[in-house]
Design a protein around this ligand. Structure first.
Ligand code: ZN
Length: 975
């Protein structure tokens, strides 16, 4: 070829055949090719520019079935999608027929399907898989491995490149492409592929969200085979949709747990997740700001490897492969960040959608097609696009990446070693040497949950053998100590640091603040004194399993309201046991109890003791009923409303209810019309739909005469696991809204957040409550300070102090009209403060954290909690026409008045627009209540510190007026 090039002139050859037929193809010609397969690749590729010499052919094999042989079609065939269970069968077949492939199960999904992985490498490497695993583990722990041993291992070990895909169910191309990639890696004999096979181990998990994959294939074929509108992909997994890729920190979902367990066991050098949201192929690096806890080596690796794909594809004149300007690199909650938090290299692609239908003349706008420094070879204004384009572009790119890591295997192994070394060394000599979590603090079970969750992510946690002081932090025997001189220190640093996302940065891609101990309301102290590392401590080697107990004798059992989430489990587990809630603090048997304490008169000791023991709760039996005002804790019948429009966010509520054993009836908004809701339910939970208030009412529009079913049928066997309907259209409707109002008026309690709050406010159901969208407000998923406005409300039972860190994104911004003559939440500043029984305890407020540099040099917050502040008031005339309202909303929690005290972690600009705005409002309406959350009580399994607010509202649903001033006479007369 080069002799010919000399004759023709190099430029002419390059123009004629850009980089075609390189090394790969020469050797490929020596291997027997599957001509039929090759012809189909060509046939299905609707634009010839989207190919490379790596993927324009397919070798034949006498022993290993090709995708064409197995499925009767090739990946990239228009109009077809493959179920995960069939991909699994194919991978099992590969493992059976090729000595270069191993298959095993990683776990089981919530709906009972297999999560699986295959390993591909040359035969000898696969046989030595466990030895290589041990080598990678040694490289990952510099405390146990000497420099000399590391140098030897870097030369002999093989890096592990783990490809994951299909976490986002509508992004269908990755799982298809990986069918073909697996076969190619197993059978192709080119030097290029051999280099991969001989020098690294490739793991492939083609479908991470297995439950969602089966549903998307169902809905696609429903549309194709019936010609009717296909049902929306309402559910992916059991709990959430797109947020399955925001579970990296919370780790509630089985898929996240499985991948994390895999990362901890196998120590992949690279974890590469495949997505579809960009034209034509975005390789991750990010605009920054990069997470400041990330080792700079990791960020450099993002670029180093991304440039490989971009350069190689540019050499072949494949348009539209680029990096940088799509994502930031800030929040560590994505699946691929499980690698970044464990010293490995986490990255992703965004590819032009697979389809699987062909899109003729796909037009792209100037924002995607402009030539930029990070996009020198931009996408084109118009192309024909089809699933084979998607297959070719990502299969080619990932082959270049695989080959690069194989070639540079020593470099990537060395980087892994160095990042692990930096982590350990940083703990010895860096700013923070340990983090201490006092064992004795309120909500100690929530603390233990956090400890166990951190341990499951590989973090080592110890307990102090004795008391000591280091760096000014007093540590007691039994306190939890997280040493910073451990390989996964980066994870601890990322989770425990305060985030400061100055508004001058590019727009954040997702949450900007996530500080774990704030979201979980746990006291955690950084220790800046290396002597802490010399203190005697014992490594925890199994989950902490606290055993509860009831002490003393007597017929009345008291269980203090500790703020532990397990208390809600306790109540529902003992649903037949009569319980009371104390409405104020009291003393009994020489002990202090707080408002909200569970009082069990004539307690059936054995069952109560068993529940307490299992749940880790402590109680005391006393002889006499304490003399404190109480109300009954009546077990509510809970209805749980979801919209057919979108179920993404509500799943985090369900996760918490399921986890803590709170039973509910799950029903769609369309089922509310004509229902006597009060007859069926005491409490209705209506989590955010994440739409506008209007869209939430309208739901899936009643458009035309064709019903849109969502149910299990022969054609859609995977739908309808959670809820089903013959027609999902119609939404809540104004008549459904009226039913909700009737439910509340008749004594029910309606609890919601997000768009539900907007809906109830904008449609006038929540009298005296309005929402706004202040133009100057600029924030995104941050942790802010909530100030208790009415500590007497049962919603705050168990919360000590005067403030609580809460998660707030940017809506709803809630204003409460308090009317004239005071009102529950709007009383004078002094009156509220004086009613607060408990003082601030060390763990109650976030303000005892390490020095804070707020956005744009905001001053550090005060060193102690401020007194509760009145909430913003608005004149009442607008809602009553001047008449005195007889029922007033009760503001339970609000933002502080000082704008510079609002933000605790993340991004906030225009904070003055949040000053005094309500965060929790209890709106009475005749006999019932609406409890409106402007904060997100249940967010991504990260906000355990605010779960209790909603649990309290549920437990005290028929006594939410407790602690409120008496109702005006007019109200009584009207009832
Ligand atoms: Zn995605």
């Amino acid at each position: 070829m080069w002799a010919r090039a000399a004759a023709l002139g190099l430029a002419a050859v390059l123009a004629m055949a850009p980089f075609s037929r390189s090394l790969a193809a020469d050797a490929a010609s020596a291997q027997k090719q599957d001509e039929a397969y090759g012809a189909l690749i060509k046939k299905h590729l609707v634009d010839p520019r989207f190919t490379t010499e790596l993927v324009d052919h397919m070798p034949a094999s006498d022993t290993v079935p090709s995708p064409l042989k197995f499925f009767g079609r090739i990946p990239g065939t228009p109009g077809e999608l493959t179920y995960a269970k069939d991909i699994e069968r194919y991978y099992q077949e590969l493992a059976k027929t090729s000595p270069r492939v191993k298959f095993w199960k990683l776990g089981t999904t919530e709906e009972g399907r297999d999560l699986f992985v295959i390993a591909i490498a040359d035969e000898a490497t696969l046989k030595g898989l466990d030895a290589n695993k041990a080598a990678l583990a040694a490289l990952g722990d510099p405390r146990k491995t000497s420099q000399a041993d590391a140098q030897r291992l870097i030369k002999t070990a093989k890096p592990l490149y783990w490809i994951t895909s299909g976490i986002h169910s509508p992004e269908t191309g990755g799982p298809e492409m990986l069918i073909e990639l697996a076969y190619r890696l197993a059978v192709e004999e080119t030097p290029f592929i051999r280099e991969i096979r001989n020098n690294e181990i490739v793991f492939i998990t083609p479908v991470v969200e297995v439950d969602g994959r089966e549903k998307v294939v169902d809905t696609y074929y429903y549309g194709k085979k019936t010609g009717k509108p296909k049902p929306p992909l309402m559910y992916w997994g059991k709990y959430v949709a797109h947020d399955n890729n925001r579970d990296g920190m919370g780790q509630y979902l089985k898929l996240t747990q499985a991948i994390t367990a895999g990362v901890l066991e196998w120590r992949p050098t690279v974890l590469h997740d495949l997505h579809e949201a960009q034209s034509y192929l975005y390789v991750s690096t990010g605009t920054g700001p990069y997470n400041p806890s990330l080792d700079p080596v990791a960020a450099d690796e993002w670029w180093l490897l991304a440039e490989t794909e971009i350069t190689e594809m540019a050499k072949r004149k494949v348009p539209g492969v680029w990096t940088y300007g799509f994502y930031d690199g800030w929040v560590p909650n994505y699946l691929f960040w499980i690698a970044n938090t464990h010293n490995a290299l986490g990255r992703f692609y965004e590819v032009q959608s697979y389809g699987p239908d062909i899109q003729k003349d796909l037009k792209l706008g100037p924002t995607v097609t402009s030539r930029e420094w990070f996009r020198p070879n931009p996408p084109l204004p118009s192309v024909d696009w089809g699933p084979r384009n998607n297959t070719n572009i990502q299969e080619s790119a990932i082959l270049f990446a695989l080959n690069r890591v194989a070639k540079d295997r020593e470099l990537y192994l060395e980087n892994y070693w160095v990042k692990s070394e930096h982590a350990v060394e940083g703990g010895r000599t860096g700013a923070v040497n340990a983090w201490v979590i006092p064992a004795e603090q309120s909500a100690r079970l929530n603390v233990i949950d956090m400890i166990n969750d951190l341990r499951r992510q590989g973090l080592e946690v110890s307990t102090a053998n004795g008391g000591f002081t280091a760096g000014g932090v007093k540590v007691a025997a039994g306190d939890y100590v997280i040493r910073a001189d451990q390989p996964y220190r980066t994870l601890a640093d990322m989770y425990f640091a305060l985030q400061n996302y100055p508004a001058a940065n590019p727009r954040p891609y997702d949450d900007t603040g996530w500080t774990m101990q704030l979201m979980r309301d746990v006291d955690l102290k950084p220790v800046k004194d290396a002597s802490v590392l010399q203190q005697p401590m014992t490594l925890i080697t199994a989950d902490v399993a606290p055993r509860g107990a009831i002490a003393g004798t007597g017929s009345t059992i008291l269980v203090n309201h500790t703020g532990d989430n397990e208390l809600v489990s306790f109540r529902f587990r003992l649903k037949d046991v009569k319980m009371l809630a104390a409405e104020g603090p009291f003393e009994a048997g020489g002990k202090q109890y707080v408002a909200g304490t569970f009082i069990i008169p004539n307690a059936p000791r054995a069952v109560v003791e068993k529940a307490a023991a299992d749940l880790g709760l402590k109680g005391d039996a006393v002889d006499a009923l304490p003399t404190v005002k109480t109300h009954a804790l009546t077990i509510p019948r809970i209805g749980y409303l979801h919209s057919w429009l979108r179920t993404q966010d509500e799943g985090w509520w369900r996760a918490a209810l399921d986890h803590y054993g709170v039973p509910y009836t799950y029903l769609a908004d369309t089922k509310v019309r004509g229902e006597d809701l009060r007859k069926r339910f005491d409490v209705i939970l209506y989590p955010t739909v994440g739409s506008s208030a209007r869209d939430q009412v309208v739901g899936v529009a009643m458009n035309g005469d064709v019903p849109i079913p969502y149910k299990k049928t022969a054609l859609t066997p995977n739908l309808g696991a959670l809820d089903s309907a013959d027609d999902i259209r119609g939404g809540l409707g104004v008549d459904g809204l009226a039913e909700l109002k009737k439910f509340v008026e008749a004594g029910g309690t309606l609890i919601g957040d997000g768009s539900t709050v907007e809906m109830l406010a904008n449609y006038g159901l929540a009298a005296g409550v309005s929402v706004s969208a202040p133009p100057e407000l600029y924030t995104r998923g941050a942790i802010m300070r909530g100030v208790f406005s009415d500590k007497q409300s049962p919603i705050l039972y168990g919360y000590v102090g005067k403030e609580l860190p809460i998660y707030f994104s940017d809506a709803p911004v809630v204003t409460v009209a308090t009317g004239t003559g005071g009102g529950f939440g709007g009383g004078g500043a002094g009156s509220l403060g004086s009613r607060v029984a408990q003082d601030v305890t060390p763990n109650a407020t976030p303000i005892r954290l390490s020095p804070w540099t707020g956005p744009e040099g905001a001053p550090a917050p005060a060193a102690s909690a401020a007194p509760a502040e009145p909430v913003e008031t608005a004149p009442p005339a607008s809602r009553t026409g001047g008449a005195e309202p007889t029922q007033k909303p009760r503001t339970v929690m609000a933002f502080p008045p000082q704008a510079d005290r609002i933000l605790l972690s993340g991004l906030l600009n225009g904070g003055q627009s949040l000053s005094r705005k309500a965060l929790i409002v209890d709106v009475p309406d005749r006999k019932g209540h609406m409890v409106l959350f402007a904060l997100r009580p249940f967010w991504r399994w990260q906000t355990q510190g605010t779960y209790g607010l909603a649990f309290n509202a549920i437990l005290n649903w028929d006594h939410l007026d407790a602690g409120a001033p008496p109702k005006p006479e007019a109200k009584k007369a009207r009832d």
